[in-house]
Design a protein around this ligand. Structure first.
Ligand SMILES: NC(=O)c1ccc[n+]([C@@H]2O[C@H](COP(=O)([O-])OP(=O)(O)OC[C@H]3O[C@@H](n4cnc5c(N)ncnc54)[C@H](O)[C@@H]3O)[C@@H](O)[C@H]2O)c1
Length: 327
């Protein structure tokens, strides 16, 4: 018995996928999840601190019926990687035949993971934002770059305010958008950046209260995407609506986890899950002046679905995808 497994390396991935492909595929996968044709148990986290490594690895299995693959995203965050010139987030995606378990593909997942993460705020804004004219981004690393790349392709943005504890990270970020059709402003304080913003995005590797509730104006949308605490409790507790991409995961990871552990938030605290809003079975924003806090903790199914799309596009283009045999 032998399995023929396709493999696709990191440099090949962006040659066959566009930012638009990823945004569309993430939104489709959320809709499929909301419609019940994606099976995706909550992710499991492997803590690497026993090794003295400041890092973790998530196992994120899923079956996406529309792609006909069962897969797993294996993704870790390693705090010392950037000092070594490596991305903080490292990801691989495995796709298997859902009927017999045969491995079909191994796909490098760094670009896919970054772009999938970047697509999330764009889609969240479509369903939850009253306006996207003024956007604040706290944390100007890789996920922030992917987020603004995706948002600038779709949304009407006039001003982007940037915060990072490392001025060099802010400057580098600014240099990545030399012809931005919106104003980019480096901010010295989070308060200055948040006050008056339509959308506030936190996407840091901090474990700190970076946004305070009085700084969030009426009608604003707060999107938290980092893996640990990023806002004060009140940004969550005093929001008119609390939404997540995946409620179960949000209680264990990201900004809300510590509040869940302290008994301040539970499943009943959430008004909706974003994929169900996308599927039309739950309601998103109802009033222009509602303050919505949404945790986008990240689901594995969209990454697997983007990897499947990559294979489909390469095959349609007649590209011969290299394979290896597992015998
Ligand atoms: N939700 C998702 O779907 C998803 C997906 C991938 C990664 N993540 C998470 O997103 C976060 C960012 O990942 P990344 O790949 O962009 O990392 P990165 O290292 O490229 O960037 C993180 C940035 O946050 C900045 N930062 C750290 N502490 C800060 C603070 N107190 N105030 C302001 N800025 C601060 C750093 O200086 C850095 O520039 C991580 O927590 C990661 O685990 C989430």
């Amino acid at each position: 018995m032998s399995e023929k497994v396709m493999y696709i390396g990191e440099s090949t991935v962006p040659k066959y996928l566009t930012v638009e492909d990823v945004i569309r595929r993430v939104e489709d996968t959320w809709r499929w999840y909301g419609e019940g044709t994606v099976v995706m148990p909550p992710k499991v986290t492997l803590d690497m601190s026993v090794l003295g490594v400041k890092g973790w690895v998530n196992s994120m299995p899923s079956y996406v019926q529309a792609t006909d693959y069962a897969g797993i995203k294996w993704v870790g965050g390693f705090e010392d990687n950037p000092k070594r010139g490596m991305p903080y987030i490292r990801a691989k995606i495995l796709l298997a035949d859902p009927r017999n378990g045969d491995l079909r593909a191994v796909v490098s997942g760094d670009w896919i993971s970054d772009m999938r993460t970047g697509a999330q705020p764009t889609i969240a804004c479509k369903y939850l934002a009253a306006s996207t004219h003024v956007v604040t981004i706290i944390g100007t690393g890789r996920q922030a770059y992917a987020s603004l790349l995706c948002m600038s392709a779709r949304l009407d943005i006039r001003e982007v305010r940037l915060c990072d504890i490392r001025p060099a990270a802010r400057e580098r970020f600014m240099s990545l958008f030399p012809n931005a059709p919106f104003r980019m402003v480096e901010c010295q304080s989070n308060e200055e950046a948040c006050r008056g913003s339509d959308v506030i995005i936190t996407v840091t590797n901090a474990d700190a209260k970076l946004v305070e509730e009085p700084w969030v104006k009426r009608g604003a949308l707060v999107l938290t995407m980092g893996s640990f605490t990023e806002t004060s409790d009140d940004v969550v507790l005093k929001a008119d609506r609390l939404i997540a991409d995946h409620i179960g995961q949000s209680l264990h990871r990201g900004n809300i986890a510590s509040m869940a552990h302290r008994g301040l938030v539970n499943e009943a605290s959430f008004a909706a899950e974003l994929p169900r809003i996308v599927a039309g079975t739950q309601v998103g924003r109802e009033h222009a002046d509602e303050r919505i806090t949404c945790q986008l903790v990240g689901m594995g199914a969209p990454d697997a679905a983007v990897a499947a799309l990559l294979i489909e596009k390469m095959q349609t283009a007649g590209v011969e995808i290299p394979t290896f045999e597992l015998t």
